[in-house]
Design a protein around this ligand. Sequence first.
Ligand SMILES: Nc1ncnc2c1ncn2[C@@H]1O[C@H](COP(=O)(O)OP(=O)(O)OP(=O)(O)O)[C@@H](O)[C@H]1O
Ligand SMILES: [Mg+2]
Length: 246
Amino acid sequence: MISVRDLVKRFGRSEVLSGVSLDVAPGEVRAIMGPSGGGKSTLLRCLNGLERFEGGAIAVGGDRLTPEVHTRRDAALLRRIRRRVGFVFQQFHLFPHLTVLENLIEAPVHVLGLERERAVARARQLLERVGLPHKLEALPRQLSGGQQQRVAIARALAMEPEVMLFDEPTSALDPAAAAGVQAVIAELARGGQTMVVVTHSVAFATATAAQVTVLSEGRVVESGPAAQTLRAPRHPSTRAFLAAAR
Ligand SMILES: Nc1ncnc2c1ncn2[C@@H]1O[C@H](COP(=O)(O)OP(=O)(O)OP(=O)(O)O)[C@@H](O)[C@H]1O
Ligand SMILES: [Mg+2]
């Protein structure tokens, strides 16, 4: 579903990703972990075309991103990728002036061209799925952080993405709210949704992800089955990172 080959990303003179390769199979949940500044968020942003890159290639489903795509400003391709790939951020990013329902139907109606009635029916189902059926008419500021994040997940799902990317979806939340969000993600995993999840939580990664990739200073230093890799890390920077995380 996702194939990243030799990805190189620079910001000015500093190289942030130095030849990252990664494959994610359909239905797989992949955790990305590693020390702060290692390039995790940048990698996710490259995956859905939010960030240009200088070398290598990314394939998502049948679409292929290369450095040239961004210089050509291949708008149709970038739109297709962003439609295929849902993104959930640490800080929710809901439209503050729209109700939960309006947040959920905005893109399906305006981007996919779904009829309003169908979009509303889907929004109701999705809110059910994230455990917030009664919050249809609420504004984001009337919701707790955990509830807002569950709405953000529902909003991404409303586009029926082939892949969901999560960038530290629970790190702005207290433990109880985080558990609620993690339960939603675990449920998606059981449903076979392909996902890439950046997380600092060893417990969550072990419980939810089959595979883990550890990024440090722009390189993959370790990659493999989550339980095994996190229990017996081989690379010193993985060990240091895990010791700090615990
Ligand atoms: N827009 C930008 N311009 C310049 N440098 C950037 C930009 N975005 C990120 N960087 C740099 O790229 C490196 C990787 O950042 P990134 O946000 O991908 O790390 P991360 O692994 O997600 O870290 P964290 O765990 O703290 O979220 C950092 O050194 C950061 O300072
Ligand atoms: Mg980050």
